[in-house]
Design a protein around this ligand. Structure first.
Ligand code: C5P
Length: 219
């Protein structure tokens, strides 16, 4: 079974995907965390964000692994825990530049497909239903208003102790969506056969319930 969940920034993809993974015993694959991890390495090693060749070189010697934890999921880069580091503002604001490089995507898409080959997965991102897993059994496209998404991210940031400014967040989310949906390669786009769910007025539980109903209709 493969479940693809795509949607814009902070639309709730990872929160609902994690819950569904737990309830249905699926492996959760956070493809955004993979783009974030290579972006973190690029910043740390002071590689030029526009230097695709250098980024791919770095990526080829970077291992990205996930580990399930009580709180959700930890991300390891060359065995070092980078879970919190990849959520910091510097990474968030640079990731769309790194993710727009076709050769970076080639490497990461191949890794994502490999993970899905071996086990039942629920994978979230921007191009999962369109490019990474075009034959996914269930495809969901989550949307929500920018205001609602910024509010959610603001709350989350405050809980995690990350500095947060609501007006700035709205602008950053809008910018990231624009970059992700207008890039040439694998832009953020609803797959023709994906089911769209607007989560603006829904609780996490309601979204989880809806998606599970869609999955159960299939199986
Ligand atoms: O999902 P998340 O917001 O953590 O993703 C971070 C960034 O990674 C996105 O804004 C996008 O630039 C990139 N991304 C992507 N393709 C995916 C997942 C994420 O381009 N499948």
């Amino acid at each position: 079974m493969t479940v693809a969940i795509d949607g814009p920034a902070s639309s709730g993809k990872s929160t609902v995907a994690k819950r569904i993974a737990d309830q249905l015993n699926l492996i959760y694959v956070d493809s955004g965390a993979m783009y974030r991890t290579i972006t973190y390495v690029v910043i740390k090693e002071r590689i030029d964000l526009t230097d695709q060749k250098a980024i791919v070189n770095a990526l080829n010697s970077v291992s990205i692994e996930f580990e399930r934890t009580v709180e959700g999921q930890s991300v390891f880069c060359n065995k070092i825990d980078v879970t919190d580091k990849i959520r910091q503002n510097d990474v968030t604001n640079a990731v769309s530049i790194v993710a727009a490089h076709p050769l970076v995507r080639e490497v990461l898409v191949e890794r994502q497909r490999k993970i899905a080959l071996k086990q039942n997965v629920i994978m979230d991102g921007r191009d999962i239903g369109t490019v990474v897993l075009p034959d996914a059994s269930v495809k969901i496209f989550l949307v929500a208003s920018v205001d609602e998404r910024a509010e959610r991210r603001h709350k989350e940031n405050k809980q995690k102790g990350i500095e947060s400014d609501l007006t700035k967040l709205k602008q950053e989310i809008t910018d990231r969506d624009y970059k992700d949906s207008t890039r040439k390669v694998s832009p953020l786009k609803k797959a023709d056969d994906a089911i769209e769910i607007d989560t603006t007025a829904l609780s996490i539980d309601e979204v989880v319930k809806k998606i599970k109903e869609i999955i159960f209709e299939k199986y």
